[in-house]
Design a protein around this ligand. Structure first.
Ligand SMILES: [Zn+2]
Length: 179
């Protein structure tokens, strides 16, 4: 389990070293969602496909603000992150009929973070047997599907499912006012 979240970080590390700035800030500011693989935008976060997926459908949920720790996250940002995770869970289930899903964060270089200063939540669909396969092939990534196909599929599913990033309704007594 220790190495579960490490295989995808190398490409991002090398990308960051080329001096192109923060990958996630570039994706946040991009006009063209498809070219940077942004599949959904919320109010405080966005959802992006991992260009170097551990499995098909590997997503990341990223806060719009360039912050490096959970401690710096505002309640509304963290709340929406989980709402989006729920939305993604449904979309991944519909698209891939996954058996399970890993959710994970690498905070800090010791934990294996690829993009240190801009934290993000990984969502990786899992199927029975894929762990055994990964053990055999080591760092080789399992990518049985083209990235463009994954993008098309998840972009459509996440667009259809409005409501995940919406504010929760206030409790009844607050909506109706105090008597
Ligand atoms: Zn950033």
């Amino acid at each position: 389990m220790q190495n579960l979240f490490t295989p995808w970080r190398y490409a991002y590390l090398s990308g960051a070293r080329k001096g192109r700035g923060c990958l996630f800030c570039r994706a946040r500011d991009a006009a063209d969602d498809a070219s940077l693989l942004v599949v959904r935008r919320g109010t405080h976060n966005f959802v992006i496909l991992n260009r170097y997926p551990y499995n098909s459908g590997h997503l990341m949920i990223v806060p719009n603000r360039h912050i490096g720790s959970l401690a710096r996250g505002r309640p509304e940002e963290l709340h929406e992150m989980m709402s989006l995770a729920r939305l993604c869970e449904r979309a991944l289930q519909a698209a891939y009929r996954m058996d399970g899903m890993n959710l994970g964060m690498n905070l800090g270089s010791s934990a294996g973070a690829g993009v240190l200063e801009h934290f993000h939540l990984h969502l990786v669909p899992r199927w029975a047997g894929d762990t055994n396969f990964m053990t055999v092939v080591g760092k080789t990534r399992v990518t049985p599907e083209l990235l463009e196909d994954t993008y098309r599929k998840l972009h459509r599913l996440l667009a259809e499912r409005r409501g995940g990033a919406r504010k929760p309704r206030a409790p009844r007594r607050l909506r109706e006012g105090r008597r």
